[in-house]
Design a protein around this ligand. Structure first.
Ligand SMILES: [Fe+2]
Ligand SMILES: [Fe+2]
Length: 276
Protein backbone atom coordinates (compact mmCIF):
# COMPACT_ATOMS: atom_id res chain seq x y z
CA UNK A 1 0.00 0.00 0.00
CA UNK A 2 1.52 3.28 -1.08
CA UNK A 3 0.91 6.47 0.90
CA UNK A 4 0.84 10.17 0.05
CA UNK A 5 2.76 12.80 2.03
CA UNK A 6 -0.59 13.98 3.44
CA UNK A 7 -1.38 10.46 4.63
CA UNK A 8 2.06 10.18 6.23
CA UNK A 9 1.56 13.47 8.10
CA UNK A 10 -1.89 12.24 9.19
CA UNK A 11 -0.39 8.94 10.36
CA UNK A 12 2.08 10.82 12.59
CA UNK A 13 -0.81 12.76 14.16
CA UNK A 14 -2.88 9.59 14.67
CA UNK A 15 -0.02 8.09 16.69
CA UNK A 16 -0.57 10.78 19.34
CA UNK A 17 -4.32 11.37 18.74
CA UNK A 18 -3.87 14.90 17.42
CA UNK A 19 -6.03 16.59 14.79
CA UNK A 20 -3.92 19.52 13.66
CA UNK A 21 -0.50 19.52 12.01
CA UNK A 22 1.81 21.37 14.42
CA UNK A 23 3.51 24.58 13.26
CA UNK A 24 6.95 22.90 13.21
CA UNK A 25 6.01 20.11 10.76
CA UNK A 26 5.52 20.61 7.03
CA UNK A 27 5.30 19.02 3.59
CA UNK A 28 7.74 21.01 1.41
CA UNK A 29 7.30 18.97 -1.79
CA UNK A 30 4.17 16.78 -1.82
CA UNK A 31 4.16 13.31 -3.26
CA UNK A 32 1.98 10.24 -3.56
CA UNK A 33 2.46 6.56 -4.30
CA UNK A 34 5.23 6.52 -1.67
CA UNK A 35 6.67 3.04 -1.14
CA UNK A 36 10.22 3.93 -0.12
CA UNK A 37 11.50 6.64 2.23
CA UNK A 38 14.88 7.88 3.37
CA UNK A 39 14.30 8.82 7.01
CA UNK A 40 16.69 10.82 9.19
CA UNK A 41 16.76 13.28 12.06
CA UNK A 42 18.50 15.87 9.87
CA UNK A 43 17.93 15.65 6.12
CA UNK A 44 19.07 18.78 4.34
CA UNK A 45 20.30 19.65 0.88
CA UNK A 46 22.99 16.90 0.59
CA UNK A 47 20.62 14.22 1.86
CA UNK A 48 17.81 15.42 -0.43
CA UNK A 49 20.22 14.91 -3.33
CA UNK A 50 21.10 11.48 -1.95
CA UNK A 51 17.39 10.56 -1.80
CA UNK A 52 16.87 11.76 -5.39
CA UNK A 53 19.97 9.96 -6.67
CA UNK A 54 19.03 6.69 -4.97
CA UNK A 55 15.43 6.92 -6.15
CA UNK A 56 13.62 7.21 -2.79
CA UNK A 57 9.98 8.23 -3.12
CA UNK A 58 10.31 10.49 -0.05
CA UNK A 59 12.93 12.25 2.07
CA UNK A 60 11.48 12.40 5.59
CA UNK A 61 13.31 14.55 8.16
CA UNK A 62 12.61 15.18 11.84
CA UNK A 63 14.01 18.68 12.36
CA UNK A 64 12.32 21.54 10.53
CA UNK A 65 14.40 23.05 7.73
CA UNK A 66 12.59 26.06 6.34
CA UNK A 67 9.39 27.71 5.15
CA UNK A 68 6.60 27.91 7.74
CA UNK A 69 8.00 25.06 9.86
CA UNK A 70 10.92 27.39 10.58
CA UNK A 71 9.24 30.80 10.34
CA UNK A 72 6.29 29.83 12.57
CA UNK A 73 8.27 27.60 14.94
CA UNK A 74 7.44 29.87 17.91
CA UNK A 75 3.91 28.46 17.63
CA UNK A 76 4.97 25.26 19.38
CA UNK A 77 6.76 27.10 22.21
CA UNK A 78 3.44 27.75 23.96
CA UNK A 79 3.63 24.11 25.06
CA UNK A 80 6.50 25.18 27.31
CA UNK A 81 4.07 27.40 29.22
CA UNK A 82 1.47 24.61 29.41
CA UNK A 83 4.02 22.17 30.83
CA UNK A 84 5.20 24.66 33.45
CA UNK A 85 1.72 25.68 34.60
CA UNK A 86 0.79 21.98 34.87
CA UNK A 87 3.58 21.77 37.46
CA UNK A 88 2.39 24.77 39.44
CA UNK A 89 4.37 27.58 37.84
CA UNK A 90 2.15 30.68 37.74
CA UNK A 91 1.25 31.57 34.15
CA UNK A 92 2.87 35.01 34.18
CA UNK A 93 6.10 33.51 35.51
CA UNK A 94 6.00 30.75 32.89
CA UNK A 95 5.45 33.30 30.11
CA UNK A 96 8.36 35.41 31.28
CA UNK A 97 10.57 32.30 31.54
CA UNK A 98 10.24 31.76 27.77
CA UNK A 99 10.38 35.40 26.69
CA UNK A 100 14.06 35.28 25.70
CA UNK A 101 13.69 31.88 24.06
CA UNK A 102 10.74 33.10 22.00
CA UNK A 103 12.73 36.12 20.84
CA UNK A 104 15.83 34.05 20.03
CA UNK A 105 13.79 31.57 17.97
CA UNK A 106 11.76 34.27 16.26
CA UNK A 107 14.73 36.45 15.28
CA UNK A 108 16.79 33.41 14.29
CA UNK A 109 14.02 32.19 11.98
CA UNK A 110 13.57 35.64 10.47
CA UNK A 111 17.24 35.84 9.53
CA UNK A 112 17.48 32.26 8.23
CA UNK A 113 17.44 31.19 4.59
CA UNK A 114 14.07 29.50 4.90
CA UNK A 115 14.11 28.62 1.19
CA UNK A 116 17.43 26.79 1.07
CA UNK A 117 16.63 23.09 1.55
CA UNK A 118 13.02 23.17 0.27
CA UNK A 119 14.18 24.85 -2.95
CA UNK A 120 16.69 22.04 -3.60
CA UNK A 121 13.91 19.45 -3.20
CA UNK A 122 11.68 21.46 -5.55
CA UNK A 123 14.40 21.65 -8.20
CA UNK A 124 14.89 17.88 -8.03
CA UNK A 125 11.13 17.23 -7.75
CA UNK A 126 11.96 15.15 -4.69
CA UNK A 127 9.05 14.70 -2.25
CA UNK A 128 10.28 16.13 1.05
CA UNK A 129 8.71 16.74 4.46
CA UNK A 130 9.57 17.07 8.13
CA UNK A 131 7.65 15.69 11.12
CA UNK A 132 8.83 17.18 14.39
CA UNK A 133 6.41 17.60 17.29
CA UNK A 134 4.38 14.38 17.05
CA UNK A 135 7.34 11.97 17.40
CA UNK A 136 8.72 14.15 20.20
CA UNK A 137 5.36 13.80 21.96
CA UNK A 138 5.72 10.00 21.74
CA UNK A 139 9.13 10.34 23.42
CA UNK A 140 7.72 12.68 26.06
CA UNK A 141 4.98 10.21 26.95
CA UNK A 142 7.58 7.44 27.30
CA UNK A 143 9.52 9.61 29.76
CA UNK A 144 6.34 10.47 31.68
CA UNK A 145 5.47 6.75 32.00
CA UNK A 146 8.86 6.10 33.59
CA UNK A 147 8.58 9.15 35.82
CA UNK A 148 5.14 8.06 37.04
CA UNK A 149 6.51 4.66 38.01
CA UNK A 150 9.29 6.15 40.16
CA UNK A 151 8.98 6.42 43.90
CA UNK A 152 9.44 10.01 45.10
CA UNK A 153 11.98 8.72 47.57
CA UNK A 154 14.10 7.28 44.76
CA UNK A 155 17.47 8.77 43.93
CA UNK A 156 18.30 10.58 40.72
CA UNK A 157 20.73 7.72 39.99
CA UNK A 158 17.85 5.23 40.07
CA UNK A 159 15.88 7.44 37.67
CA UNK A 160 18.86 7.57 35.29
CA UNK A 161 19.08 3.77 35.44
CA UNK A 162 15.39 3.41 34.51
CA UNK A 163 15.76 5.86 31.63
CA UNK A 164 18.75 3.89 30.31
CA UNK A 165 16.41 0.90 29.95
CA UNK A 166 14.72 2.64 27.00
CA UNK A 167 16.45 0.87 24.09
CA UNK A 168 17.32 4.07 22.23
CA UNK A 169 18.92 5.62 25.33
CA UNK A 170 20.64 2.39 26.32
CA UNK A 171 22.15 1.76 22.91
CA UNK A 172 23.15 5.32 22.04
CA UNK A 173 26.78 6.40 22.18
CA UNK A 174 25.63 9.20 24.49
CA UNK A 175 24.66 8.57 28.12
CA UNK A 176 21.85 9.98 30.20
CA UNK A 177 23.68 12.79 32.04
CA UNK A 178 23.08 14.75 35.20
CA UNK A 179 23.98 18.34 34.24
CA UNK A 180 22.92 20.06 37.47
CA UNK A 181 22.91 18.38 40.88
CA UNK A 182 24.07 14.80 41.28
CA UNK A 183 22.92 11.19 41.07
CA UNK A 184 22.86 11.12 44.89
CA UNK A 185 20.13 13.78 44.99
CA UNK A 186 16.67 12.57 45.81
CA UNK A 187 14.41 12.55 42.76
CA UNK A 188 11.40 14.28 44.36
CA UNK A 189 8.87 15.74 41.94
CA UNK A 190 9.86 15.52 38.30
CA UNK A 191 8.96 17.74 35.34
CA UNK A 192 9.45 16.14 31.93
CA UNK A 193 10.05 19.13 29.67
CA UNK A 194 10.27 17.81 26.12
CA UNK A 195 8.15 18.04 22.95
CA UNK A 196 7.83 21.79 23.14
CA UNK A 197 10.06 22.82 20.25
CA UNK A 198 13.31 22.86 22.17
CA UNK A 199 14.58 22.87 25.74
CA UNK A 200 13.72 25.77 28.02
CA UNK A 201 17.26 26.67 29.02
CA UNK A 202 18.15 28.07 32.46
CA UNK A 203 15.05 30.27 32.75
CA UNK A 204 12.52 27.45 32.43
CA UNK A 205 14.44 25.08 34.72
CA UNK A 206 14.67 27.89 37.30
CA UNK A 207 10.91 28.51 37.07
CA UNK A 208 10.31 24.82 37.87
CA UNK A 209 12.87 24.76 40.69
CA UNK A 210 11.43 27.92 42.29
CA UNK A 211 7.94 26.40 42.24
CA UNK A 212 8.56 23.10 43.99
CA UNK A 213 9.88 20.86 41.21
CA UNK A 214 13.02 18.98 42.28
CA UNK A 215 14.11 17.34 39.03
CA UNK A 216 13.75 18.62 35.47
CA UNK A 217 14.23 16.39 32.43
CA UNK A 218 15.42 17.95 29.16
CA UNK A 219 16.73 16.00 26.19
CA UNK A 220 19.55 18.52 25.77
CA UNK A 221 20.85 21.73 27.33
CA UNK A 222 23.43 24.34 26.41
CA UNK A 223 26.66 24.59 28.39
CA UNK A 224 26.09 28.16 29.59
CA UNK A 225 22.58 27.33 30.81
CA UNK A 226 23.92 24.32 32.73
CA UNK A 227 26.73 26.43 34.28
CA UNK A 228 24.29 29.16 35.31
CA UNK A 229 22.04 26.64 37.06
CA UNK A 230 24.94 24.82 38.73
CA UNK A 231 25.97 28.08 40.39
CA UNK A 232 22.50 28.51 41.85
CA UNK A 233 21.43 24.98 42.78
CA UNK A 234 22.96 21.81 44.15
CA UNK A 235 19.96 20.01 45.62
CA UNK A 236 17.89 20.46 42.48
CA UNK A 237 18.63 18.29 39.46
CA UNK A 238 18.64 18.65 35.70
CA UNK A 239 18.80 15.35 33.80
CA UNK A 240 19.45 15.32 30.04
CA UNK A 241 18.59 12.16 28.16
CA UNK A 242 20.60 12.87 24.97
CA UNK A 243 19.30 14.74 21.95
CA UNK A 244 19.58 12.25 19.10
CA UNK A 245 18.85 9.15 21.19
CA UNK A 246 15.71 10.83 22.53
CA UNK A 247 14.54 12.01 19.11
CA UNK A 248 14.98 8.42 17.87
CA UNK A 249 12.39 7.12 20.39
CA UNK A 250 9.38 8.68 18.65
CA UNK A 251 10.82 8.36 15.18
CA UNK A 252 11.20 4.63 15.62
CA UNK A 253 7.49 4.36 16.44
CA UNK A 254 6.69 6.39 13.31
CA UNK A 255 9.02 4.26 11.17
CA UNK A 256 7.37 1.06 12.45
CA UNK A 257 3.95 2.49 11.57
CA UNK A 258 5.17 3.40 8.07
CA UNK A 259 6.66 -0.06 7.56
CA UNK A 260 3.35 -1.61 8.68
CA UNK A 261 1.64 0.34 5.91
CA UNK A 262 4.07 -0.85 3.26
CA UNK A 263 6.50 2.07 3.17
CA UNK A 264 10.00 0.64 3.23
CA UNK A 265 12.19 2.97 5.34
CA UNK A 266 15.95 3.37 5.10
CA UNK A 267 17.26 5.07 8.24
CA UNK A 268 20.19 7.48 8.47
CA UNK A 269 21.17 10.48 10.63
CA UNK A 270 20.42 8.93 14.03
CA UNK A 271 17.20 7.12 13.17
CA UNK A 272 18.82 3.69 13.37
CA UNK A 273 19.59 4.08 17.10
CA UNK A 274 17.71 1.52 19.16
CA UNK A 275 16.17 -0.30 16.20
CA UNK A 276 16.44 -4.04 16.65
FE1 LIG B 1 12.87 15.99 18.51
FE1 LIG C 1 15.80 17.25 18.00
Amino acid sequence: MALSTDEIMRLSLDLVDWEETPADSQIYVPGDGIETALVGIDLESPEIQLAAREGYDLALAHHPVGESARLDFTGVLSRQVAFMTAHGVPEAEAESAIENLRENVSLGAHSSNYRHDPSVAELLDQPYMNIHLAPDEIGRRRFVEITDRMDEGASVGEFVEELERIPELGEAATDVEVRVGSEANSLGTVAVHHAAGTNGGADVARAYFENGVDTVLYIHVGASDARELREEYDEKTLVVTGHIASDAIGLNVLIDALEDRGVSCTTISGCSIGRS
